[in-house]
Design a protein around this ligand. Structure first.
Ligand code: FES
Length: 118
């Protein structure tokens, strides 16, 4: 069992590992994010966790970033790598933003009904 040293951690990425996201390259997205974290030497800054379904399957693959609380949609291995680079600069990956707690759904997703209903 690994005990993660949280000292210095700046971001926690929740990478959806539910079946819909896995069908849309979720495992490759997770691998790309983890590879980019290593490449950038950011293992101590960005922590990742693969989750179960986050309830937004139509937006697969979903990645959620804390502490800022930004939900990203339709993530690919390429955008996953870009997300890591953006986070390290303290920025968002604007083109993939689905939802923010302060701003709600992005304009593209104002219909708000995509995804699995709970
Ligand atoms: S499987 Fe990823 S949001 Fe449902």
């Amino acid at each position: 069992m690994t005990t993660w040293n949280l000292q210095g951690t700046l971001n926690h990425l929740l990478i959806c590992g539910g079946s819909s996201c896995r069908k849309r390259k979720g495992e490759e997205v997770a691998e790309a994010i983890e590879h980019e974290i290593e490449k950038q030497g950011a293992e101590g800054l960005i922590h990742t966790t693969v989750t179960r379904c986050n309830g937004r399957c139509s937006d697969a693959c979903v990645v959620i970033s804390y502490p800022e609380g930004v939900w990203y949609k339709e993530m690919t291995p390429k955008s996953g790598k870009a997300l890591v680079r953006k986070l390290l600069k303290g920025e968002r990956l604007d083109e993939q933003v689905l939802y923010t707690y302060e701003g709600g759904l992005s304009a593209v997703d104002e219909r708000g009904t995509k995804g699995k209903k709970k």
